[in-house]
Design a protein around this ligand. Structure first.
Ligand SMILES: [Zn+2]
Length: 806
């Protein structure tokens, strides 16, 4: 079982002055296990405690140099008869298995060159799959780390390398960190390094991605330096660690992980062939997000996982802000408003929603904490912070944040501590604000109504104070003006805009549902594409996403908007968001299977029309992705493969080529031999995933059976499982998939029981059947959940899916 809050509280009260000497042995990187030897030094006020280490083999434990027989249940080593009140040294030596699912010491063999990479990107409950530790956030400790590995390799960790000789790397002892912030990445990395602000910096990627890293190196370096300098201006506390490496790692379960001194990113963020402007902007947002954690999360760490949001909301908010203001990627908020924030509204209406800031008791154990890494903790929390900054003003917000960081540096803190600092820095009542915005679930509605003179009146349905922009539009959609309003229980009339359409929250400052009056709704429906402000147009698209989900707008009406306004949309990020929303939730959750093909055809036609209308190559790429996913014209798609470019002249990068191959396979126009020929062309790990997806997409019972068999292999990697599922589920061919929906529902609990939390995330979220479930399948899903036999991480994700299906 995972650690409970009660156990964590008891242990942090008992154990003090902790440090770790960690010695990792990766020399047998082809074997089943790596060597993990940890000496934990601490003082305890009771003779009995425990440390975590999962699945240890050949376990040897000693206390102050004396071997002891410690009870071990596969996760916890119980230590008895410890000396009380004096420093004690516990040495734990073991062999620990490598993993293929990112949850532990992840090992990956690169098919391009046969090179092996071994990395531990940690998070909740994963430190204990690498080294023996007190695996909880409020027992912080210094870490002295040494790693033995292939002498040809490079090993990167939290601290600077102080020596590396004959295959042994020693790192500078870190400041006090919690175990989940440990990191080790080992392999023949290709590196770009430099010095900035007196510190060593680096970017690293697999050797087979050297060309991609070199292609983007200047931009990655500039973005890193700019973010660093920007944070140096925002925060009083200096950067708290001794180096700043960043690494694109294989098999990552997260977008990235903020481990101090060595941030790791999933290597899909270094795309092969081509990186689009949209990808560059999103990547800069992630870079800025992870760097914000160096202060928020790493320097000042939450006490228990109820304050996950405090880490993630803050970093998420800063990520969009600093990428735009500090690193030269304007318009990042278009992505937040069109993808992340709509997902947060959905999450906030599920049964599983929770306050942005739950009470510690509402997160009773680490499994529960894991499920809170969700849209509430990230996107809603980010939106609430943005509202707070709008409501407080930036100066007071930063003054409070800086006081908080200085007061708790290298320690732990809670929401109450932050609220106290903000309250002291501002004349406004931050406590009252936090109570309604952070301690309650759900969101308000901001409604527009008209009084008898045609004056628009804003009314709040809910309990929260709001400050946001309102924009007035003329009858032809042209922008008349924008002003900031405060909306509380008092209605706000806008007499200067009598007779005009109005859009509340037109810059997205608040988190609330919109309900437009009929006049405003009509102007928006007739002129959405003509709204020239990118963010306002994005807010209006997100409003349409919300309406089609709640049924306020029919799917047909939504597709009318797509057909009218996808052509002419100038922002690639918004094109992608509209297509993703339409081919994602609208297709798989709001459309009966019988109508799926019609929807797909309408989207394909809209993409074709838009491609004919655009001269922007970045927009064309986004539209081509949509067309590759929806076209039924196999001859045209085959011609793309033949020539390496589309009829409109868009070059196929490897990702786009594999999407085209998958679509052709789904149409029955490419057989297994043809997919294999494509794989021969692209003998990379991404090529293996592309082939797995395409093979699974073939519309035959045999192909679907083979796909499910591949997903059922006991050691299937997280990425292969996900890629195969992407091909397997076909909303247009529910007939072929239904057997495997049954199998998925029957087998997933056991799969998740066997694998870690990260794999459960892949199973329950990314690999959930993306098609209409039959009523009896929904019932079975509900019954299985009610039986209580589903592991908690999967249960949470499945309950969310069930809510979305309803
Ligand atoms: Zn984060």
């Amino acid at each position: 079982m995972s650690l409970t809050l009660a156990e964590a509280r008891a242990r942090s009260a008992q154990v003090t002055d902790v440090s770790y000497d960690i010695d990792i042995d990766l020399r047998d990187h082809a074997g089943e296990c790596f060597g993990s030897t940890t000496t934990l030094r601490f003082t305890t006020s009771a003779a009995r405690t425990f440390v975590e280490l999962t699945d240890a083999r050949d376990l040897v434990v000693s206390v102050d140099g004396r071997p002891v027989e410690a009870a071990y249940d596969g996760r916890r080593i119980v230590l008895d008869d410890l000396p009380v009140g004096v420093p004690v040294a516990v040495r734990v030596e073991a062999q620990v298995p490598y993993v293929s699912d990112g949850d532990g010491m992840h090992r990956m063999s690169d098919p391009v060159d046969g090179e092996t990479y071994v990395s531990a990107y940690l998070s909740l409950d994963i430190a204990q799959r690498v080294f023996a530790c007190f695996d909880q956030p409020d027992i912080k400790a210094t870490m002295a780390v040494a790693v033995s590995a292939d002498p040809r390799w490079q090993v990167i960790g939290n601290g600077r390398v102080t020596s590396s000789e004959a295959g042994r790397w020693t790192f500078a002892t870190t400041p006090r960190l919690c175990p989940s912030l440990f990191v080790v990445c080992a392999g023949p990395w290709h590196s770009v390094t430099w010095e900035h602000a007196g510190l060593p910096f680096g970017w690293h990627a697999r050797a087979s991605l050297a060309a991609e890293l070199d292609r983007d190196a200047d931009e990655l370096r500039r973005t890193t330096d700019d973010c660093y300098d920007h944070y140096a201006r925002l925060f009083d506390e200096p950067y708290p660690f001794d180096s700043y490496d960043q690494l694109f790692g294989p098999g990552h379960n997260w977008g990235a992980m903020e481990t101090p001194g060595c941030v790791t990113y999933r290597d899909e963020l270094l795309p092969r062939g081509r990186v689009t402007d949209d990808q560059r902007s999103r990547r800069a947002t992630v870079i800025a997000h992870e760097m914000a954690h160096m202060w928020f999360g790493n320097l000042v760490t939450m006490r228990w996982w109820e304050d996950t949001w405090l880490n993630e909301s803050f970093a998420d908010y800063m990520g969009y802000r600093v990428a735009a203001d500090g690193a030269g990627f304007p318009g990042t908020l278009v992505v937040h408003e069109s993808t992340r924030k709509p997902a947060a509204y959905v999450a906030d209406e599920r049964r599983s929603t929770h306050p942005v800031a739950p009470a510690p008791e509402d997160v009773p154990d680490v499994d529960a904490a894991f499920t809170n890494f969700d849209s509430i903790s990230y996107a809603k929390g980010n939106s609430c912070l943005r509202q707070l900054v709008t409501w407080l003003g930036d100066d007071d917000f930063l003054a409070g944040v800086n006081a908080h960081l200085t007061r708790h540096r290298f320690g732990n803190a809670t929401l109450d501590d932050l609220v106290e600092a903000l309250d002291a820095a501002s004349p406004r009542n931050v406590r009252g604000w936090a109570e309604v915005w952070l301690r309650r679930t759900g969101f308000d509605t901001v409604a527009v109504r008209r009084d008898h003179d045609g004056v628009p009146v804003l009314a709040r349905e809910g309990v929260r104070p709001h400050r946001f922009s309102v924009t007035a539009l003329a009858a032809d959609g042209t922008l008349v003006g924008t002003r900031l309003v405060d909306l509380d229980e008092q209605e706000v009339a806008l007499p200067e805009w009598a007779g005009l359409a109005v859009v509340p929250n037109s810059q997205g400052e608040t988190f609330a549902r919109l309900r437009l009056d009929e006049q405003s709704a009509q102007v928006v429906a007739q002129h959405l594409g003509g709204v020239t402000d990118d963010l306002t147009r994005t807010v209006l698209w997100a409003h349409a996403f919300d309406e089609v989900r709640t049924g306020a707008l029919s799917v047909d009406g939504f597709l009318d908007l797509v057909e009218r306004y996808l052509p002419g949309e100038p922002r690639p990020a918004l094109v992608s968001a509209v297509l993703d929303r339409t081919l994602g939730p609208v297709l798989t959750r709001s459309t009966p299977a019988a109508d799926a093909a019609t929807l797909v055809d309408r989207v394909a036609a809209a993409c074709r029309a838009a491609l004919g209308a655009t001269t922007d190559d970045q927009v064309a790429i986004a539209l081509t992705r949509g067309l590759a996913a929806t076209s039924r014209d196999a001859d045209a798609l085959l011609a793309w493969l033949e020539t390496g470019r589309t009829g409109e002249g868009v070059d196929l990068d490897p990702g786009l080529r594999w999407s085209t191959v998958a679509r052709l396979a789904a149409l029955g126009a490419l057989d297994a031999d043809a997919v294999e020929a494509e794989r021969q062309r692209d003998q990379t790990f991404a090529g293996e995933l592309g082939a797995a997806r395409a093979l699974a997409a073939r519309p035959t019972p045999e192909a679907k059976a083979a796909a499910w068999a591949a997903m059922s292999a006991p050691d299937v990697s997280n990425r292969v499982f996900e890629a195969t599922a992407l091909g397997l589920w076909d909303p247009e061919r529910v007939d072929l998939c239904t057997t495997y929906v049954d199998a998925y529902l029957a087998d997933s609990p056991a799969i998740c029981e066997r694998r870690g939390q990260g794999f459960s995330l892949v199973v329950g979220r990314n690999a959930f059947p993306a098609l209409e479930l039959a009523p009896e399948q929904r019932q079975r899903l509900a019954d299985t959940l009610a039986s209580g036999s589903v592991p908690s991480v999967l249960a949470r994700l499945w309950n969310d899916q069930l809510d979305d299906l309803r």
